[in-house]
Write a protein that binds this ligand. Structure first.
Ligand code: DOR
Length: 458
C-alpha cells in the first residue's frame, strides 16, 4: 500500500522510534527517536496523546531531499509529466522541494506563467520553487524582467536546455541579477562546439559513429561566466556539470572566493558514455583497465541513454564524484527530464535528450555510498542540506525545525519498472534493474507527502 498527500493538508503528529537519524546540518548520525507535530520537529515529550507511533528499526531518517533542477513539463507537455505527477514522483523519491525549470511550452519567461505553475503546485505532494527563463522565449536575446519575477519568489533564472550563447547577453543578465541577489543557473554548452552532436567525444563515440561534443564546449562557458561573475558580482550556478575540466574551473573560482556554485546529476555520477554502447555497470564498478565495451545488440544506441550534456567517460564521472565528496560540487540535482516513448524509442540521434531522475536519484546515491565513493553524510548533504540552503530553505532535524523528513529502508530493493514509478514517463536506462533504497515516508513541512510500506501509517 502506498499513498500520496498534499502540502496543503493538515500536518501529522508522529513519533518515529529508533531510526538512524542522519542530519548533516547538525553533524549528527545517531539512532534516535524523531517526533513531528504541528509541521515542526518537536521534543517527543511535546507530542499530543493521539500521535502515531512508527517503528524505525533498520530505517534511515534524513532531511527531506531538495532538487535544484527538474522538468515538470507543465504547461505544454502534459503527456510527459504534469506538476502533480512530477511532485508525486518527487515525494516517492524522498524529495520535499523541487525546482521547476522554465523550458516549458510556453517558457516561464513572464510573471503570469510563473504564477500559473505556482498555482498548479499549491496542493501538490511537495513544494515547487520556480526557475524563470533568463531571456524571453529562451531565445538568448532580450532578458526577462528579473525584478518582477523576483517578487514571485523565483530561485534564479536559466535558459536551461541551452546556454546563453551571447557573452554580451549573459553579461547583461548577470549585471541585472547582481542587483536582486539571484543566480544565473547556467546550462554550460557552447553551441558552436556542441552543435549537431549527440554524444560525448571519445573512443566510444568514434566506435558508434555518432557526432560528439568535446568537453571544451562545457569548460568554455564555465570560464566565460566565472569571468562575468567576477566583473558583475552576480552569482552563477552551473547546473548538470559533466566534466572534470569544468569542475576544475569551478574549484579554482571557489578558491578565489567567487560566488560560483554547481550541481551534478546522479546519472553523470553513475553512468558513462559506455552506457550508449550497452554497458550497465556503474562508473565505480568499471575497472580502470576495462576494454572498450562490446556493442550490446539489445541495448546499444538506446534513446534512453541520450541526454544533454551527454554521458562522459569514467574519469569524468569519478572526478565529479570526488567533487561531491570534497564539497566542490554543491548539490546532486536530478535534471529529471520526462519524455514519452515516441520521443525516446527512435534512432539515437533523433531521440530527445533526457532521463527521469526523481525516483532513482536516492538509490543511485546510496549505491555510490555502498561502493565506498561517498560518505552517507556527504550524500545527504549534497541531496538535501546544501541545495536547500542555496535556495534559502533550511533542512534540519533539530527540535524547532520545519519537519521536512524522508524515511527510507536503505537495504530494501525495488525493481525499476513502469508500474513502480509515479512519474508519467519512464525514460531511464535503469528500467529493468534492481536498486537498493526504498523510501517509506516523506514529510513536507510535517504534511504527509508520500507513505509506502510503513507499519502504523499505511
Ligand atoms: O537532457 C536534457 N534534457 N538536458 C537538458 O538540458 C534539457 C532536458 C529536457 O528538457 O528534456
Amino acid at each position: 500500500m502506498s499513498r500520496f498527500g498534499s502540502i496543503a493538508a493538515e500536518p501529522v503528529s508522529l513519533l518515529l522510534r529508533g531510526a538512524r537519524v542522519v542530519d548533516p546540518a547538525a553533524g549528527t548520525d545517531d539512532v534516535a527517536d524523531l517526533a513531528v507535530h504541528g509541521g515542526l520537529v518537536v521534543d517527543a515529550a511535546d507530542l499530543p496523546s493521539g500521535a502515531v507511533e512508527v517503528n524505525g528499526a533498520g530505517l534511515l531518517a534524513i532531511p527531506g531531499l531538495c532538487d535544484l533542477h527538474a522538468h515538470l513539463r507543465e504547461p505544454g507537455d502534459e503527456a510527459s509529466e504534469t506538476v502533480a505527477s512530477a511532485c508525486r514522483a518527487a515525494a516517492h523519491g524522498g524529495y520535499t522541494t523541487v525546482c521547476a525549470m522554465p523550458n516549458t511550452l510556453p517558457p516561464l519567461d513572464e510573471a503570469a506563467r510563473v504564477a500559473y505553475v505556482q498555482r498548479l503546485a499549491a496542493e501538490a505532494s511537495c513544494r515547487v520553487r520556480v526557475v524563470a527563463a533568463a531571456t524571453r522565449g529562451r531565445a538568448g536575446e532580450a532578458q526577462t524582467d528579473v525584478g518582477e519575477l523576483a517578487e514571485l519568489g523565483i530561485v534564479g533564472v536559466s535558459d536551461d536546455g541551452a546556454a546563453i550563447a551571447s557573452p554580451r547577453v549573459a553579461r547583461s543578465v548577470m549585471a541585472y541579477l547582481a542587483s536582486v541577489g539571484l543566480p544565473l543557473i547556467e546550462h554550460a554548452e557552447e553551441p558552436s562546439l556542441a552543435g549537431g552532436a549527440v554524444m560525448r567525444s571519445g573512443a566510444i563515440a568514434t566506435r558508434l559513429g555518432l557526432a560528439a561534443w568535446p568537453s571544451s564546449a562545457e569548460a568554455t562557458i564555465v570560464q566565460r561566466d566565472i569571468e562575468l561573475a567576477l566583473e558583475t558580482g552576480a552569482r552563477v550556478h552551473f547546473t548538470h556539470l559533466s566534466t572534470a575540466a569544468a569542475l576544475a574551473e569551478v574549484r579554482r573560482a571557489k578558491r578565489d572566493g567567487l560566488p560560483v556554485t554547481c550541481d551534478v546529476t546522479p546519472h553523470h555520477l553513475a553512468m558513462t558514455d559506455s552506457w550508449v554502447a550497452g554497458e550497465r555497470r556503474f562508473a565505480w564498478d568499471i575497472p580502470l583497465d576495462a576494454d572498450l565495451p562490446r556493442l550490446d545488440p539489445e541495448r546499444a544506441y538506446h534513446g534512453s541513454t541520450r541526454l544533454n550534456p551527454p554521458l562522459a567517460g569514467r574519469g569524468d564521472a569519478l572526478a565529479l564524484m570526488a567533487g561531491v565528496a570534497d564539497g566542490t560540487v554543491d548539490a546532486i540535482a536530478t535534471d529529471h527530464a520526462p519524455h514519452p516513448p515516441e520521443r525516446k524509442l527512435v534512432e539515437f540521434d533523433r531521440a530527445a535528450p533526457g532521463i527521469i531522475g526523481l525516483e532513482t536519484a536516492l538509490s543511485l546515491g546510496l549505491a555510490a555510498v555502498r561502493a565506498g565513493c561517498l560518505s552517507l553524510d556527504a550524500l545527504v548533504g549534497a541531496m538535501a542540506t546544501r541545495p536547500a540552503k542555496l535556495i534559502g530553505e533550511e533542512r534540519s532535524l533539530a527540535v524547532g525545525a520545519r519537519a521536512d523528513v524522508t524515511v527510507l529502508d536503505p537495504d530494501a530493493t525495488w525493481a525499476v519498472e513502469r508500474e513502480a514509478l509515479a512519474s508519467a514517463s519512464a525514460n531511464t536506462p535503469l528500467l529493468g534493474m534492481e536498486l537498493a533504497g526504498v523510501v517509506r515516508l516523506t514529510l513536507a513541512g510535517g504534511r504527509l507527502a508520500y507513505v509506502g510500506g510503513l507499519d502504523g501509517l499505511d
